[in-house]
Write a protein that binds this ligand. Structure first.
Ligand SMILES: NC(=O)c1ccc[n+]([C@@H]2O[C@H](COP(=O)([O-])OP(=O)(O)OC[C@H]3O[C@@H](n4cnc5c(N)ncnc54)[C@H](O)[C@@H]3O)[C@@H](O)[C@H]2O)c1
Length: 245
């Protein structure tokens, strides 16, 4: 079923998420407070390293599908346009006050049926759902960077998220080629599962460097050689922040 999806924020994650759901056939309205961010987001989807033109060159998308994908995404600084949707995926900076304020605002502007998803890296979904009058339709949908490549769909069930919401979001994620895994919200922890485990490793890697056991580069190299990861903990942090550009 094709939905109308609002993506909040056109940065590293928002632009990639908009691209993925548009490729899956959904109509997307991508909102940002900054017009330059929208221009950059549009360019990322079009000609960015993981954009649709590159996907055509790699034989992953036909030229017609790439054109149709671009045609399905509109970019706007008008929140009301992006709120008039079936489902929202929020990807604004990782600041709880910002996200809570946006969820409160969206709750007022969106139709009653609209599901509100957050791509937070780890804030409790309980804190976001408490800002709304629709806690049954608030859920975490945590993506990994680059969104067009990585299969992660960590679906975070908040304290009042309904089964119907979970089913809708899991179906959407699977249909977009992702691997949905439903995890429990943990109000006292940051990081759900993937980031909780990952940052435990980063903390240890930082301790190793502080104790002068090895340099950052050496830690990265050892982890790559030992576990066949594409990069080590420090490389991962750098890459995620830049969108692997
Ligand atoms: N970068 C990653 O690897 C990664 C991975 C998974 C999840 N996340 C999460 O995704 C979210 C976005 O991260 P990012 O790396 O894309 O950030 P980013 O800084 O690249 O993009 C954020 C965008 O949000 C816009 N913005 C700021 N305030 C806004 C508002 N009130 N309404 C609408 N847009 C607003 C900014 O102009 C910017 O374009 C964060 O919660 C982050 O923790 C990031």
């Amino acid at each position: 079923m094709n939905e109308r999806i609002g993506v909040m924020g056109a940065g590293v994650m928002g632009s990639g998420i908009a691209q993925v759901v548009a490729i899956a056939g959904h109509e997307v309205v991508c909102y940002d407070i900054a017009a330059e961010a929208l221009d950059k987001g549009r360019a990322t989807v079009d000609t960015g390293r993981f954009g649709v033109k590159g996907a055509v060159e790699r034989g992953k998308l036909t030229a017609d599908d790439a054109e149709a994908t671009l045609g399905r995404i509109s970019f706007t600084t008008d929140l009301d346009q992006a709120a008039d949707v079936d489902l929202v995926i929020e990807a604004v900076p990782e600041r709880l006050d910002l996200k809570v304020g946006l969820f409160r605002d969206l709750d007022r502007r969106c139709p009653e049926r609209t599901i509100l998803c957050s791509n937070s890296s780890g804030f409790p979904i309980a804190a976001l759902s408490a800002a709304t009058d629709r806690p049954d339709r608030v859920v975490g949908w945590h993506w990994a960077s680059p969104a067009p490549v990585m299969k992660l769909a960590e679906i975070v069930r908040g304290p009042k998220t309904s089964d119907e919401t979970i089913e809708t979001v899991c179906a959407l994620a699977a249909n977009a080629g992702k691997n949905p895994v439903v995890v429990k919200d943990q109000p006292r922890e940051w990081g759900y599962v993937a980031n909780r485990v990952y940052f435990a490793m980063v903390r240890e890697a930082q301790r190793v460097v502080r104790e002068e056991v090895a340099t950052r580069e050496e830690v990265d190299q050892l982890m790559v050689d030992c576990f066949r990861w594409p990069t080590g903990p420090f490389g991962m942090t750098r890459g995620a922040g830049s969108g692997w550009s």
